[in-house]
Write a protein that binds this ligand. Structure first.
Ligand code: SAM
Length: 292
């Protein structure tokens, strides 16, 4: 077995060799613990018939673990300075493609078509840059890419919101947006000591498995997301009060909202955080009939 990139000594050596200073603005916190890497990769259930997509390979710590378990790895890195480093650290592996790109601007589907042809089991596995975790996850889900799921490290607080169940403080429009498309669960909580440099916040790994069909069928997805977001704008207010702000103008607005709530059998004095995704779906469809 080759020596891991992700040991404190080897990471230090690589950074010294390339005179590399981490860019905090790019969320660069490198993993320096092979054990945690094995645990993360273990969550992805990879075989040589699978391909992994990584966002932000850094100096290659996670990338090489993925290359050992998967048939192919496709990684997107925004920081030009890391490309020669990766070419060096990952030279023992011949099953990795690195694309120099901001993942938020990348045509991921085109990259899958050209780099991962023949793989029908694709999983996203990443230690995400914390300044853009939610936009990255939402982009990958909304583009409806052919992936089985995602295993990602992110801030514990965001991990809790994504995986939250109705009736809890952390439950909100982010939980719904992601659980609409996936089954999301907390996989690992991770100590700060496994990073160099250590982040300011606690971290966790979550596992999202794409649903074959969304959690609830709705007439109009955009409208459904407008209703869910609008229902949490003022968390302490009732669903009726929040919807009165969120729905478009109209003199019969309150009456329509009350009718839709009644048809969906939802008490207008409930708060958004008590509604399941199925209830939100039903409510959105009833509102749609009045407002669209
Ligand atoms: N995978 C490495 C590890 O675990 O040690 C590095 C993880 S580090 C938390 C995040 C990585 O994402 C950095 O390499 C950073 O340069 C990269 N990155 C930041 N923003 C990015 C973006 N918009 N698109 C692609 N990569 C990005």
């Amino acid at each position: 077995m080759m020596k891991d990139i992700a040991t404190p000594i080897r990471t230090q050596q690589i950074m010294t060799k390339y005179n590399l200073k981490v860019k905090k603005s790019l969320g660069q916190n490198f993993l320096i613990d092979p054990n945690i890497l094995r645990k993360i990769v273990g969550q992805a259930d990879l075989t040589k018939k699978s391909a992994a997509i990584e966002i932000g390979p850094g100096i290659g710590a996670l990338t090489e673990h993925l290359a050992r378990e998967a048939g192919k790895v496709l990684a997107f890195e925004i920081d030009q300075r890391l490309l020669p480093v990766l070419a060096d650290t990952l030279s023992p592996y011949d099953n990795i493609s690195i694309i120099h790109s901001d993942i938020l601007k990348a045509d991921v589907q085109a990259a899958i078509d050209s780099e991962l042809a023949g793989y029908d089991d694709i999983v996203v596995v990443a230690n995400l840059p914390y300044y853009v975790t939610t936009p990255i996850i939402l982009k990958l889900l909304l583009e409806k890419l052919p992936v089985r799921g995602m295993v990602v490290m992110l801030q514990k607080e965001v991990a809790e919101r994504i995986t939250a169940k109705p009736g809890t403080k952390a439950y909100g429009s982010l939980s719904i947006a992601i659980q609409y498309y996936t089954q999301a669960e907390m996989a690992l909580t991770v100590p700060k000591s496994v990073f160099l440099p250590q982040p300011n916040v606690d971290s966790a790994v979550i596992r999202m498995t794409k649903r074959d069909v969304p959690e609830v069928e709705v007439i109009d997805e955009d409208f459904f997301f407008t209703v869910t977001r609008g229902s949490f704008v003022q968390r302490r207010k009732t669903i009726l009060n929040n919807l009165q702000v969120a729905m478009p103008l109209g003199k019969e607005k309150k009456e329509w909202i009350l009718k839709a709530l009644e048809e969906a059998e939802i008490d207008p004095t409930r708060r958004g955080e008590t509604l399941t995704i199925k209830e939100f779906g039903l409510l959105a469809d009833k509102l749609y009939a009045y407002f669209k």
